[in-house]
Structure formats: C-alpha cells, structure tokens
Design a protein around this ligand. Structure first.
Ligand SMILES: [Zn+2]
Ligand SMILES: [Zn+2]
Length: 202
C-alpha cells in the first residue's frame, strides 16, 4: 500500500479505480476502536479526481513504512550493482539517524511551548493552506495528549527527516472533540493567525 520509493500511498478511487497520494493529501485520521495488532486508522484523503475518499491504513503503514522499516521491495544498489533489500538499507539509515537525535517528523506543541518528535499516527487533521505550498496540521501530542495546530511545508509532512526550521503555530488550546476542532481548525487556517516558532529539537 505504501511505495517507499515514491513516498506515496495507493488507495481505491470510485472513479479512477486506483490512485496514489502523498501523506499531506490526507485530510483526517481516526484510530478505529478494537483492532490493536496492528491498530487500524480510517483516513479521508484528497484524491486527484477532486473528491475525498475514505481508506483504511494500518499503524505500520502510517509510521514505519515511510522509514523503510517494513517494505522489502528489492532494489538495485547503483554503488554495488547488486539487488538488495530496500528495507534493510532504508531501515538502517532511519535507525541511525534517529539514534543520532534526528527525528523523521516533529511539531511544535503549543500548550507545552516546545518542539516534540512525533509520528504520522498522531496527525489528526490536515488542510491545505490558503496559499503556497503549506499545510495546516492538527497533531495530538504524544507527551501531553493535547492538540496543537502547526502550519508547515508539505515536505515537512511527506518526507521523513525533512523538518521545517520554523513553523507557524496557532495560539489556541483546542478541544479533544475533533469535529469541534475541525471547525476551529478551518476558521483559524483561513484567518492565518499564526505565530512563528523555531522547531529545533537538538
Ligand atoms: Zn478519486
Ligand atoms: Zn505536548
């Protein structure tokens, strides 16, 4: 379902049959009750056909597949001209970077007033910003469990280990009720009340 070489998820589309999207095309993620091995998320994504569709994604596909920690697609290593397991290559690299203090994803937790590392399964809502290449991102903090909204680049979401140096932060404490949050989220995004914070985890 996740293509690690193209950083895209493949889902079904009622008009196109099949489509592939990047993580920043996700609009809403909800963890389904019950399933826990693996946990399953219901997502809604913005499809290339213009509509939004639902899809199911496992926790592994959300958090680990983009790091190459699950995919075992063979690939040709141009340095050695050998077909090797992509998983071990990328997975090793990701593990080394995480050990060195780099984080694949991060966000600025407004209630705690500090940057935090995070995984995509903590993303709750995403919305493209009014202009440019940015996306509004509602994250439930894995440390304090409160919701923050950041304005980040698409690459910050789509490409592991690409973290914006500065992010926009909405100075507002959001409720845990996601539908209420969604309304506030869109209102805040369109009004562009963002404060800039440095996202330096080191
Ligand atoms: Zn579609
Ligand atoms: Zn927090």
């Amino acid at each position: 379902m996740y293509d690690v070489l193209r950083s895209r998820y493949t889902f079904g589309c009622p008009t196109r049959g099949e489509t592939s999207v990047v993580l920043s095309a996700f609009r809403r993620l909800v963890r389904l009750p019950g399933a826990s091995h693996p946990a399953v998320y219901r997502v809604e994504f913005a499809c290339g056909c213009g509509a939004e569709h639902p899809a199911l994604v496992t926790h592994d596909d959300l958090d680990w597949a983009p790091l190459g920690l699950q995919d075992s697609t063979p690939f040709l290593n141009l340095m050695t001209s050998r077909v090797e397991e992509l998983a071990s290559e990328l997975g090793d690299l990701a593990a080394r970077r995480i050990k060195a203090g780099e984080w694949p994803w991060s966000f600025f937790c407004w209630p705690e007033e500090r940057p935090r590392p995070v995984y995509p399964s903590a993303f709750k809502l995403l919305a493209p910003a009014v202009s440019g290449d940015q996306v509004g991102l509602a994250v439930r903090c894995p440390a304090c469990d409160r919701v923050s909204i950041n304005l980040v680049s698409r690459a910050h979401v789509d490409v592991p280990f690409v973290n914006d140096r500065d992010v926009g932060v909405v100075e507002h404490l959001f409720s845990h009720d996601l539908s209420a949050t969604l309304e506030q989220f869109q209102a805040e995004l369109w009004s562009e009340i963002f404060d800039i914070r440095r996202l330096n985890l080191q």
